[in-house]
Write a protein that binds this ligand. Sequence first.
Ligand SMILES: NC(=O)c1ccc[n+]([C@@H]2O[C@H](COP(=O)([O-])OP(=O)(O)OC[C@H]3O[C@@H](n4cnc5c(N)ncnc54)[C@H](OP(=O)(O)O)[C@@H]3O)[C@@H](O)[C@H]2O)c1
Length: 306
Amino acid sequence: MSSIKERVFVTAATGNIGTGVVRGLVKQGIDTTAYVRDEQKVKDLFKKELTTGHLKLVVGSYSSIDVFTKAIKGHTRLFLLVAAHGLKPWSMSQIKGALGRIAFEQGVRQIVDLSSAFVSSYGKKGIIGYVHTAAEEKLWALADENPEQRSLVVLRPGAFMTNHFRGDIHTIKHQNKIASCASPSSKSTWIDTKDISDCAAVVLSESVEKHDRNVYELGGETLTEEQRAAVFSKVLGKSIKYEQQSMEDFYKASISHGLPHSFVYHFALMASKDICDNPTPEIALIIGRPLRTLKDWVNENVKAFQ
Ligand SMILES: NC(=O)c1ccc[n+]([C@@H]2O[C@H](COP(=O)([O-])OP(=O)(O)OC[C@H]3O[C@@H](n4cnc5c(N)ncnc54)[C@H](OP(=O)(O)O)[C@@H]3O)[C@@H](O)[C@H]2O)c1
């Protein structure tokens, strides 16, 4: 880091990625502020980090703008992640635009934004592509208002391996199968959220100039649906089959579970097109190790699937 006293502000600090970012920064002795909704949850999550003197907590949400404005003062970097769940299609760009503007105006020099590989591969096609593309556009425009002072780095990850905890975990555990409407040979590129956190922590701890205006796509491993099922079979030591549902059955079942049309339509769209065009082994140049495979991830989480 530079001679300026750096202080990093981390939003969504209790999430999959935010937790790893906080731990990665505190481990390097970097003063870090975790922006959280539930103080008690954080005290359990960051027991060790809180003893170091490098971690401070601020309780607030995306909508508590006054809290954010006061708290961001004195910080030089911002990790910006907005959870898409339950938001209106236009909310993510509004929230990121508002928090990003306040952060830059209060003296933050670098924002590291968590976006999605959909922005590269789909643009605004599909609702997830739309929300992230619209949010990125706001942030790029903000950075370009004062390019000398404002740096932006965008991370665009592929499909999270943690998505297996949402739906697939139930069919893997109880029916020995993974079911979706994609063809068995359809490919997806998966990423371990640890790799995303590590990449963010490196960018937030190195010089602002080094990473300025880079877009880092992150894809660990591209697998067909059949290969994905085979990874689970191998690690769990039992046969997990891939079952292709009709698009109509997939749509009806997802809607009956309460998912909104736009998301289900988007997932149907993904059945024939990968989120990330290719894996991105070049990320090893930043994080200093190869990206993790799905086998690594299932091995680490094996108990949850038994
Ligand atoms: N899943 C994928 O395959 C995929 C792929 C590419 C990009 N993405 C993007 O990745 C992001 C999700 O990352 P993740 O998995 O780390 O998220 P996550 O584990 O679901 O965590 C969400 C975090 O956001 C916080 N949060 C939720 N609502 C909030 C609010 N109103 N105000 C303040 N904080 C709030 C949560 O706090 P609490 O702990 O208090 O709930 C939690 O810390 C989304 O932007 C998604 O679009 C996902």
